[in-house]
Design a protein around this ligand. Structure first.
Ligand code: DC
Length: 194
């Protein structure tokens, strides 16, 4: 039986880093679902058509990590038909052998409510802005405003809003190093039977 780990949380909370490290430690597949929405936003034109026709090459563009791509992703992610077009791919991926780690906003609540382990990763706004500003070599105040705007939109939308699943384990990484956060996640996965 494949083992699915769902990791959700706000922008720059550390969920992507944790998801990658967890997948590597367990020998699982990893899907950064934010990349799907970033690719749809970056393609331009009709976002519903872009989501329905999304191809693997679209995820390999080198301009998907920017703050602008994040904002465009957050806007197209609020469109129900865009989300619907991406559900099957994510659910199939979640059942990859021997297991899969998916990170996003609605993995534990909508995509994989049956996941064997659900984590909700958070960190304070200031810590998240500092991390992302370092990563993108950008101004921290501008990044803070961008993250807050995106989180507010992602949490307030009608369809699949960002929120922890009821049975998610909360992991606040504000005062943790990457190594500590990853160690906590691996311990949780082992406890859950991975
Ligand atoms: O994880 P990220 O920052 O790359 O995600 C970019 C945007 O995509 C995010 O602001 C909201 C959207 N998203 C979503 O709605 N659902 C997901 N499962 C993943 C991302």
């Amino acid at each position: 039986m494949p083992f699915t780990i769902a990791i959700d949380g706000p922008a720059a909370s550390g969920k992507g880093t944790i998801a990658r490290a967890l997948a590597q430690a367990l020998g699982f597949q990893h899907l950064d679902t934010g990349l799907l929405y970033r690719a749809v936003g970056a393609l331009g034109g009709d976002p519903v058509a872009a989501a329905r026709g999304l191809a693997p090459g679209d995820l390999a563009r080198d301009d998907l990590r920017t703050a602008e791509a994040g904002q465009a992703a957050s806007r197209v992610a609020a469109i129900p038909e865009v989300r619907a077009a991406l559900v099957d791919f994510q659910r199939r991926f979640a059942r990859a052998e021997p297991g899969a780690v998916l990170d996003g906003r609605d993995i534990g609540t909508v995509i994989c409510p049956e996941a064997e382990l659900k984590l909700y990763v958070t960190a304070s706004d200031d810590v998240r802005a500092r991390r992302r500003a370092l990563e993108l070599q950008a101004d921290e105040t501008t990044i803070l405003a961008e993250l807050r705007e995106r989180d507010a939109r992602d949490a307030a939308r009608d369809v699949a809003p960002m929120r922890p699943a009821e049975d998610a384990l909360l992991l606040d990484t504000s005062d943790m190093s990457i190594e500590q956060a990853v160690a906590r996640a691996i311990a949780a996965a082992r406890r859950a039977g991975a």
